[in-house]
Every structure is written in structure tokens, then in C-alpha cells.
Write a protein that binds this ligand. Sequence first.
Ligand code: ZN
Length: 251
Amino acid sequence: MRLLILSDIHANLEALEACMDAAPDHDQVYNLGDIVGYGANPNEVVARSRQLGSVFVRGNHDKACSGLIDLMEFNPIAGKAALWTRAQLLPEHLEFLRALPQGPLLPQANLELVHGSPRDEDEYMLFAGDAYQVLAEAAVPVIFFGHTHVQRCFLLELASGQGKSLLPAYKSSKGKQTIRFDVKPGTNYMVNPGSVGQPRDGDPRAAFLLYDTGEQTITFYRGQYDIERAQQKILSAGLPDRLAFRLAEGR
Ligand code: ZN
């Protein structure tokens, strides 16, 4: 089975469409949450995401924008964007977001989906030490996570106890690029596809991945999209400027 894994789209319709144009053939789409928040097209992105697949875990922005959590936990810019998003969302989309399941989700054997981490849906898995702890106790060999907006892989070889943290090293930051690696037996993996709609690893291109469970390979993708158009929409909507500028920086 070929699984397309998307995360942190953040209401960026241009980035989502570019990813779907760049995506290889696949059987199913799994979504790791933060469908909305920050970007200017929450309704369009929710509708498109629901068309693409039915497997979702909720993100913190999905909770905030649909009124499930207090915005006091958010920084002022994210809070402003969440309030704007809540006011824009159609009732059916609000209801859909409110009903999204909390991770971890096990859509099939040997594979788990979370927004933050298996132990806390809102945890930022930024450091290898935290990831190795989770990997040592993992119930399945492959965990896909989002939330940090950084495309990467943590792995732990179970026999040796050796951990590794891998960041994809693309040859350039232009056009569409891919990096593929093998999923090996006896090793646990935590893999982040990166963010479709607001990358924060210094590469402004939209990010996602493909997991081929037959071949046991994971392929990271980066692709260009119309950043200027997404920025223009954010500014026209009256959302905070910073949300537009950061898209070009990939920060
Ligand atoms: Zn996010």
C-alpha cells in the first residue's frame, strides 16, 4: 500500500494543491492534523482534505479554531489567526474539526499516527533524546508525527540501542526534490513529513512524504508552490503580516 502522509496544511490552499500535483500515485491519504490556522483558506482546505481521505488525527490548531481549547495557550499571532479562522469556518467544517480524533491512531497494523507524540498530542518532538525515549517504548515500528513543521526522521535500532536523527539533505532548494530511505526490520521510526502549508526548517517549499508499505521505503518530498499568492491572501484577509512573511522564509 502506498500511503501519502500530509501534516500541518494550515489553511494554505496553494501549498496543498501543489503537493497533490507533485504527489506520486497512492492508495490512501493520512492527515496528521493542523488542517487550519494561520492561512487564508480554512473552508477550502477542510473541504479538499475531506475529499482526499478519511483518516485524520487532530492538531492543536484544529482544536483552537473549532473552540475546543482556550486561546490563552496560544501566542498572540496564533490566537488572532485562530479567532479569524473560527469566524470564517462554515458550521459543517467547525463540526468536522471538533469531531476529529485524538492521536495516537492505528489505521493499520504496525503504523501509528500522532500530531505531537504518542504520549502527548501537543508535545513538540524536536530533540533526539525525547524521540529515542518514545521509540524505546513504541508499540509499533513506524510512527508518523507532525506539529514541529520540520521534515525529519528519528530512528532507534532495537538490538544495539543505537539512535539516529536524520534531516533530509536536498541538493538544492528549487523545484521538486525527493529523498528516499529504507525502513529496516528491528528498528523503530518516528517520521515527520514536514509541513504542507508553513514549513519551519528554512526550506520554504511545501513538504510531505510517501510510505510504501510493500517496498518498505519512505520518500520525503519538497515542492514549490505559489507563495506570493498565499501571502497576498493572508494580507488581504487582515491576518497578521508575520504569517505571510514567514512563508517565504520557511521559518
Ligand atoms: Zn502546526
